[in-house]
Design a protein around this ligand. Sequence first.
Ligand code: BTN
Length: 246
Amino acid sequence: LGREIVYRDQVASTNELATELAYQGASEGTLVVADQQTGGRGRRGRAWFSPPGKGVWMSLILRPKLSPAYASQLTLVAAIALSRAFSSLTGQQAGIKWPNDIFFGSKKCCGILTEMHADHDRIHHIVLGIGINVNMESSEFPEELRDIAVSLRIVKGESLVRSKVIQSVLTYLEPLYQQYVREGGFSSLREEWKLESITIGRNVRAVTPRGEIEGTAVDIDEAGALCVMTESGEIVRIHSAEILFN
Ligand code: BTN
């Protein structure tokens, strides 16, 4: 991973540039990094705050030979690597909020946006977009993010070199990604995921396309679905949702 690197001072979105490069034939593991994004994208159509000089805005082009059904599981695999990298870089415990956020305590420092492009029943490529708040001070976040966002710098108490952050993330991700490709999905990494999770055991409200489910997050299944036990004792498997901690 990251043997080819495309760097830009400014792009609309590294995910967009990576998608273009992927269709032009960029090789497996190509890393696209920008100092600043003018149209950084988050999940569910939201904007991603991506100022210059302060963060790691990056996208990896990956070409696992798997069926499209496994693409979303890559988010979970990347989350394990990110959580480990951040704990090691800061000396504080990071954790995964299912499916795609990395937190310190109750604040988010990183989000993942995985976009899959398929060709018939095969993955053509996946763009794994990662946004890491590295060197912002609290006051540098927009007002609406101040209570919910954090940077590695705030957690560690000193600034970090962004290239070192990228290096650490790729070092943790490489073996996990290889295992995901080799084993054909996330299932063999389930226990490792649980070690990094801050979601299991929590009372949650899951906002899904088909309505809301409240209960306790009790497990993650082989496919990466979050298992929530409702008040009636029923276990509901959630494949896609916005999770709110109760
Ligand atoms: C989220 O938590 O909503 C996901 C945020 C993902 C942000 C990253 S920054 C690099 C890449 N390019 C984008 O436009 N988005 C992702």
